[in-house]
Design a protein around this ligand. Structure first.
Ligand SMILES: [Zn+2]
Length: 355
């Protein structure tokens, strides 16, 4: 009995060893097959989507971190909606585990915001360049040959964008130059217009001064005498514009002007400056049609270039009498009254008393 038991144990042990051997071999075969066919890796996913496999997750994590935090060049900041997840997996050996591709995929899923410098004109962005220095240089160049009065409001602003299309310096120059030309033209037109208006205003002022004078003459004449000689009251013979003063040398005259020229329309009635007697009424050389009134006390008044004479020699006249009409007879270039006042036979300046 004992022998049988021993034999049975022996048999069992032998069988167990056999089975163990088989299991070991089997396991070895399985492991070998697995090792031949598969390899360990990390599956990288973003938002549940597989973007690839990597051998070492720590290396890739570090690379991603570095990329996100990199703000060199014109990068202002980078954002990922979700960070990638890494999961250990046995994958088919044929499957590629490439860090480079993972990084490309991650870069694709990252939003990069760039910072650049916008050149503004009148507050409006006209161009974008990479550096502030570049922007400033372009502005300086543009302003270099520009008159200070030309209001070219150029500025630099920070520009952030996820897409960057920088303008080349040449492009910026061309763009800004167009605005510069427009501004310069605008400035020049404005200046020309200002000059034109100033000239017009000066002309108008001159005219109004002249009219002002004529008006004041009108006022004075109508109201009362504007002066007197030796107590004799005087009033102006006609209203008009002074075109040549006493003593002035006209271009066509060789001697001093002996009277005062008052231009007004032909036919305007002439009244004597004061009461008196007509001592001459007729044509007299360069005076043309002339009337001379004697006021006594050696005072005489001459009215020359008349178109008509209404009085005759010896006739008594006063400041209400119309003695003649303004004309352009004799040495005259246009209708005007040549008024001459003589004291003791010598012409005196009528403007000492009248106008
Ligand atoms: Zn004259």
């Amino acid at each position: 009995m004992k022998f049988i038991l021993i034999n049975w144990v022996k048999y069992c042990t032998k069988e167990a060893v056999k089975i163990l051997k088989l299991v070991t071999i089997g396991s070895a075969i399985v492991i070998t097959v697995v090792c031949i066919k598969y390899k360990p890796a990390y599956e990288v996913t973003i938002s549940g989507e597989t973007i690839g496999f990597v051998e070492n997750d720590n290396i890739v994590k570090a690379k991603v971190e570095k990329y996100i935090k990199d703000t060199s060049g014109n990068v202002a900041f980078r954002e990922m909606t979700e960070m990638p997840k890494y999961q250990f997996k046995l994958i088919n050996k044929n499957k590629e585990t490439e860090d480079k591709q993972i990084m490309l995929a991650i870069k694709d899923l990252t939003t990069t915001t760039y910072k650049a410098y916008g050149i503004t004109l009148d507050g409006e962005q006209k161009a974008v360049v990479a550096t502030q220095e570049e922007a400033q240089n372009l502005i300086n160049e543009l302003k270099s040959d520009l008159k200070e009065e030309v209001d070219l409001k150029l500025g630099i602003i920070d520009v952030y964008s996820t897409e960057f299309n920088f303008n080349s310096n040449e492009e910026v120059k061309n763009t800004l130059n167009e605005f510069k030309i427009a501004k310069v033209t605008e400035y020049e037109n404005k200046k020309a217009e200002e000059q034109r208006l100033a000239a017009e205003a000066a002309k108008a002022a001159k005219k109004s001064k002249a009219t002002g004078k004529a008006k004041s003459i009108e006022t004075t004449t109508r109201v009362a005498a504007t002066g007197n000689i030796s107590g004799m009251p005087l009033s102006i013979p006609v209203n008009g514009s002074i075109t040549s003063r006493f003593g002035a040398r006209g271009s066509s005259r060789s001697s001093a002007h002996t009277g005062l020229d008052i231009a007004t329309s032909s036919g305007t009635g002439i009244r004597p400056i004061s009461a008196g007697t007509v001592s001459y009424a007729g044509y007299k050389g360069s005076y043309g049609k002339l009337i001379i009134v004697n006021h006594g006390n050696g005072i005489e008044s001459y009215y020359a270039h008349c178109s008509a004479i209404y009085v005759s020699g010896g006739e008594a006249v006063d400041t209400n009498s119309t003695i003649g009409a303004v004309g352009s007879t004799g040495n005259s270039t246009g209708p005007h009254l040549h008024l001459e006042i003589r004291v003791g036979g010598s012409p005196v300046n009528p403007q000492n008393y009248l106008y």
